[in-house]
Ligand binder design. Structure first.
Ligand SMILES: C[C@H](CCC(=O)NCCS(=O)(=O)O)[C@H]1CC[C@H]2[C@@H]3CC[C@@H]4C[C@H](O)CC[C@]4(C)[C@H]3C[C@H](O)[C@]12C
Length: 325
């Protein structure tokens, strides 16, 4: 399971949790403007927007899970198992392999408006990266500071949905996720008032009772509601530290602890990493299951006119600041 969210203060933030039972070997990866993309069915792109995000790099290719570009557009792929379906290569339109979708969009689009135009004539096709990396079944959230959309390629075609809440988890399909918010519209950060009857001596005996009923489990549908409620109510100061801190707290509402979600005998899904990009400034912040310290990579500290990927392995191990030794 995974969860993605957007957050706006002075700058625009975009990030996700990546929940899984093992890591593919992830690195914060900067793709500079002159790194040549050789698309499998859509030609070459040798000059494009620079990108920073989390990727597994294979054969010098950035297999991005989530990333932002220098124009402030963000995009993340999340599992959509059993529902994702990609097409065969077609004669009309741009045939983009599933693993090329993030590079294709972020290298060329500066806004969601431009993304919508690209999506008008795209086929997300079932060409695998390699035998070692078969097709991942994903859906995507794409966002800039003005709006967000969800893209789902299914057996009945490509769906592009407005995503007014700016969050995404996994199954079921996005319209069903949005529909279930109807069930929770009464939830509130304010204390409830007694509507049973004034003759009943009911008492809001604890703080936080306005959100009683918010689902607490780790299912994708429950995480969707929980992060939507948290995001809709959470606010912070405008500074970078306050915004980034608050963003990690929002995604902290759907953090997965080892042992609580068994995926097979003795194997547990955990939040391997949580990311928060300042899309305005091109900074990728992250922490990991083993390292709660927030680390950051600033794309503008790199030579963005180069043609070589720049990779930063994740800093692991808790960084504990002792106060008396
Ligand atoms: C496992 C992750 C989703 C986590 C998640 O959502 N877990 C919930 C399980 S569940 O929803 O409860 O069932 C996904 C998210 C992004 C993916 C990579 C995308 C690039 C590349 C695409 C290639 O085609 C295959 C290899 C590749 C490196 C992919 C590996 C893996 O697939 C990644 C990491």
């Amino acid at each position: 399971m995974c969860t993605a969210a957007t957050y706006k203060t002075k700058d625009f933030y975009f990030g996700r949790t990546l929940d899984y039972e093992f890591s593919y070997g992830d690195q914060v990866t900067v793709t500079p403007r002159n790194y040549p993309f050789h698309f499998r069915h859509a030609g070459d792109l040798t000059n494009h927007y620079a990108i920073i995000g989390m990727a597994h790099v294979a054969d010098d290719y950035p297999l991005y899970y989530d990333a932002v570009n220098e124009k402030g557009l963000g995009m993340a792929g999340l599992n959509f198992v059993g529902n994702a379906s990609y097409s065969e290569v077609q004669t009309e339109g741009d045939n983009i392999a599933q693993f090329e979708f993030i590079p294709w969009i972020l290298s060329q689009c500066s806004s969601v408006t431009e993304v919508r135009e690209k999506l008008d004539h795209i086929n997300i096709v079932n060409t695998p990266f390699s035998a070692q990396f078969p097709l991942a079944q994903l859906h995507w959230i794409i966002a800039d500071e003005k709006e967000a959309i969800t893209v789902e390629s299914m057996s009945d075609g490509l769906h592009v949905y407005d995503n007014p809440i700016g969050v995404l988890t996994n199954n079921p399909p996005f319209p069903q996720q949005m529909f279930q918010l109807n069930n929770y519209m009464h939830l509130s950060p304010k204390q409830p008032v007694n509507t049973f009857g004034s003759n009943l001596p009911l008492n809001a005996y604890s703080r936080g009772m306005g959100a009683l009923g918010l689902p607490g489990d780790l299912s994708s549908a429950s995480r969707f509601v929980r992060v939507a409620f948290t995001k809709a109510n959470a606010f912070s100061g405008e500074s970078e530290e306050e915004s980034v801190s608050q963003f990690f707290h929002i995604l902290g509402s759907v953090d997965q602890q080892r042992g609580c979600c068994e995926v097979s005998d003795g194997k547990y899904e955990i939040t391997l990493y949580t990311s928060c990009c300042n899309t305005t400034k091109g900074i990728y912040y992250y922490n990991t299951y083993e390292n709660h310290q927030i680390s950051g990579v600033d794309m503008h500290m790199e030579n963005l006119d180069s043609n070589k990927l720049v990779c930063y392995p994740l800093i692991q191990g808790e960084q504990i600041k002792f106060q008396n030794r």
